[in-house]
Ligand binder design. Structure first.
Ligand SMILES: [Mg+2]
Length: 268
């Protein structure tokens, strides 16, 4: 029986130093493995235990990294010794098969979006017009969605909520993750791409993990799911009958998520 394990990466399995949330005596600090280099410096980590658990998970199930990162951003992450056969990028907008972008899937996703939501340029223009000195960068990803990098300490109360309302009227949605505010078409979902991978692999059971609003559809569509006790969903108090919340938070929650997913696979 093929089990599909679709997991978000950032702040679910992999962590930047800003998201470690490690405290306690020095001697209890776990050893960490760097899984992402960016511009010549280490950026993302897992604990050594998490790395070993993920290797076991990838042997026992079809493990599918399921991320909002673009394919380029995803390719910087070296989570496993042998790269996974499938990876979902751009929140479902790209499906990588053996590391290669599947053009048919990209075309399919884009054709579905066109009629369902306002064009990306309208959202980009709105973000420019909104201005704000707390906005450090404005970016688009895969010609599908937009994100801004903000100074969280200077982000005015209600700014994200107002943007969410504006987006909702145009078939878009928002997510606030760390320093990034994402604006995505509502119909661009991880779960749609996960269903496609399930179809292609003949998977009979799907497990999922994620920490943000963009992961809700993935968690809800899975047979069982895990989310960390930190992040956007935790802040919102979100839960569902099939979703377990970790006991730990920060990078230790990443290790716990890997362990819980492996337990779910091996307890079949
Ligand atoms: Mg995440």
């Amino acid at each position: 029986m093929t089990v599909l394990v679709c997991s978000d990466l950032d702040r679910t399995l992999i962590y930047s130093a800003a998201a470690f949330a490690l405290d306690g005596p020095d001697e209890t600090m776990p050893r960490l493995l760097c899984v992402e280099f960016y511009q010549g410096a280490p950026l993302s980590y897992v604990t050594e235990t998490a790395a070993q658990t993920l290797e076991a998970l990838a042997r026992a199930a079809t493990f599918v990294p399921t991320t909002t990162r673009t394919p380029e951003q995803y390719r910087r992450v070296h989570l496993l010794e042998k790269p996974p056969a499938y990876a979902i990028c751009a929140n479902g907008g790209h499906l990588l098969v053996d590391g290669v972008d599947d053009p048919a899937w990209s075309a399919e996703v884009r054709s579905q979006l066109d009629s369902a939501c306002a064009p990306l340029t309208e959202v980009q223009n709105h973000l420019v017009n909104l201005g704000g000195e707390f906005v450090l960068k404005r970016r688009t990803a895969s010609d599908l969605f937009a994100y801004t990098v903000v100074d969280r300490t200077a982000l005015p109360a209600g700014w994200v909520e107002d943007l969410s309302g504006w987006c909702a009227e145009r078939g878009w949605r928002t997510s606030l993750q760390g320093r990034k505010v994402y604006c995505l078409p509502a119909s661009l979902t991880k779960s749609t791409a996960a269903a496609e991978v399930a179809r292609r692999t003949g998977a009979s059971r799907t497990l999922a993990a994620g920490d943000s609003l963009l992961d809700i559809d993935l968690l809800e569509s899975a047979d069982a799911a895990v989310r960390p006790a930190h992040g956007e969903l935790h802040g919102a108090g979100w839960t569902s009958p099939a979703t377990v919340v970790t006991a730990s938070c920060g990078i230790i929650a990443g290790e716990e998520i890997a362990g819980r997913l492996l337990d779910l696979v091996t307890s079949e």
